[in-house]
Design a binder for this molecule. Structure first.
Ligand code: NDP
Length: 495
């Protein structure tokens, strides 16, 4: 792949593959720093052209008059196309962002399932006839919003892109997709597969480029009717400000600092495995990572000892090796950020119980690897427990009572997810429903189903993705009154 990096690769604008006019966008393999490919990224003009091509495609009578089951057929073909190439796409993504193969394979399968799910939803969602209060028939129908922008981060490519593109196309919209500049490969592959599946030109454009140029141009474009964004909270706020001026709806899936709570009556094996997966899979680079662990005081020493012992057994290494649990972090700046938080933890009085360093050895010399790290001795008010690190760092803290843990778990600006491990289902309900989190996992963690809505509360987001009605967030309601009165309206009669 290194040789391919020399020539600039095209991007996908309005059904055409051509070089963008913006800054080059390299895809770098975090295992060894080699360049997979370099794309000629999009500038604001390219984004404008993609939006214009989307508008034209939506106005085209073929798309406008395509019946739902026919549109669903195209979505299914995209899902089939993704499934048919699962292995090669998974390998490509592994080189793009360093996740172990079992994870990248899972993301491709998830993306394929997402297209199949929204194809089924599109065929079965109904408009409504509403109760009339006069001599008319009233109904609510749903119209596509228009051209929408989808902006995605680097941590779960293809799955997060499918989560936006599939419902938006199902809704009848055209989509301009701006993936993270760090991970352009899979988004462009999605463009290729959608084109091969027969999606009419212009309905999907993929415009890798920098956030400050391509992303900002997409958000500000007057003909873009909605932005669906996944990424950091500060970027989300900046997008929301522009959207407020345009009076444009947004869906914002943002950051997190999710609590995991282990009660003394939890099954220890289940809880330890769940905690490890919840924080260290994806190298901790996950919005829903369970990065704050609260353990009931009576089992705290034994549980933490076990947890540390098990963490030391996790394999850091080549994402192609099936024994690997953690691959490299996405980039050098991301690793530097993680390291600075571990240093901060030390200065805040934290004790590093394991990890807290780069793994040693030749195999790790050129990659951005970092050991899974557990820290205790911090207060929940410390910066390390309040700010999103987005890396393999777990802070563990004891708690005294239900009331204590509810207060600490909620003491964060975020509200994305929460995990509870207990043998008492009534307590799980009591505590879980008292915690402000968009997703609650009880005796499990980081499991997902496309049919279940996903949302964050507080600084973790605005709006909902996934679920059957996910399509509706790309549509607007239109109320229709059919007059049934045989008599003219008497208002204009002369007395
Ligand atoms: P960023 O917010 O930095 O970037 C996300 C996307 O926004 C990228 O495509 C980026 O472009 C783009 N962008 C940056 N600035 C602008 C702008 N001014 N206008 C428009 N677009 C812009 O997040 P990261 O990529 O670093 O991803 C990590 C974050 O994502 C974490 O906070 C994580 O919690 C969150 N996340 C949330 C999820 C959720 O569902 N709640 C799921 C996954 C991640 P570019 O990168 O090319 O500069």
């Amino acid at each position: 792949m290194t040789t391919a990096a020399a020539a600039l690769q095209p991007i996908f604008i309005g059904g055409t593959w051509r070089l963008g006019r913006g800054a080059p966008v390299p895809s770098v393999n975090p295992v060894d720093g080699s360049v997979n490919a370099t794309f000629a990224g999009a500038d604001a003009n390219d984004v404008g052209e993609a939006v214009e091509r989307g508008r034209t495609a939506m106005a085209d009578s073929v798309w406008r008059h395509m019946l739902p089951h026919e549109r669903a057929r195209i979505l299914r073909r995209i899902g089939d196309g993704l499934a048919a190439e699962t292995e090669s796409l998974a390998l490509l993504q592994l080189r793009d962002n360093g996740k172990p193969l079992y994870e990248t394979r899972g993301l491709v399968i998830s993306a394929s399932n997402t297209f199949h799910f929204f194809a089924a939803a599109l065929e079965t969602l109904e408009s409504e006839v509403t109760p009339a209060r006069g001599a008319f028939l009233t109904m609510t129908t749903y119209q596509p919003l228009g051209v929408v922008g989808a902006i995605t981060p680097w941590n779960s490519p293809i799955a997060s892109e499918a989560q936006k593109v599939a419902p938006a196309l199902a809704a009848g919209c055209a989509v301009v997709l701006k993936p993270s500049e760090l991970t352009p490969l899979l988004a462009l592959e999605l463009g290729r597969i959608a084109q091969a599946a027969g999606l009419p030109d212009g309905l999907l454009s993929v415009v890798p480029g920098t956030g400050s140029v391509a992303g900002a141009a997409l958000v500000a474009h007057p003909d873009v009717r909605k932005i669906s964004f996944t990424g950091g909270t500060e970027t989300g706020r900046a997008i929301a400000r522009v959207a407020a001026d345009k009076l444009m709806p947004v869906t914002l899936e943002l950051g997190g600092k999710s609590p995991t709570i282990v009660f003394a009556d939890a099954d220890p094996e289940l809880a330890i495995n769940g905690v490890l997966f919840g924080i260290f899979s994806s190298q901790g680079q996950s919005c829903i990572a369970g990065s704050r662990l609260f353990v009931e005081r009576s089992i705290y020493p034994a549980f933490v000892e076990q947890l540390v012992a098990r963490t030391k057994q996790l394999q850091v290494g080549d994402p192609l090796d099936p024994r690997t649990h953690l691959g490299p972090l996405i980039s050098e700046p991301q690793r530097a950020k993680v390291e600075s938080y571990v240093e901060l933890a030390r200065s805040e009085g934290g004790r590093v119980l394991c990890g807290g360093r780069r793994p040693a050895g030749e195999a790790f010399a050129r990659g951005t690897f970092y050991e899974p790290t557990i820290i205790d001795g911090l207060s929940n008010r410390s910066r390390v427990c309040q700010e999103e690190i987005f890396g393999p760092v777990l802070a563990v803290m004891p708690f005294e009572s239900e009331a204590d843990v509810i207060e600490q778990a909620n003491d964060t600006v975020y509200g994305l997810a929460c995990g509870i491990w207990t043998g008492d289902y009534k307590r799980a309900w009591r505590v879980g429903t008292a915690i402000a989190a968009g997703t609650l996992w009880i005796n499990t963690y980081k499991q997902f189903s496309i049919s279940t809505p996903f949302a964050g509360v507080k600084a973790s987001g605005l709006g909902v993705e996934k679920g059957r009605t996910g399509i509706r967030s790309y549509q607007q309601e239109q109320s229709v009154y059919w007059g049934l009165d045989e008599r003219p309206n008497p208002w204009a009669n002369v007395p």
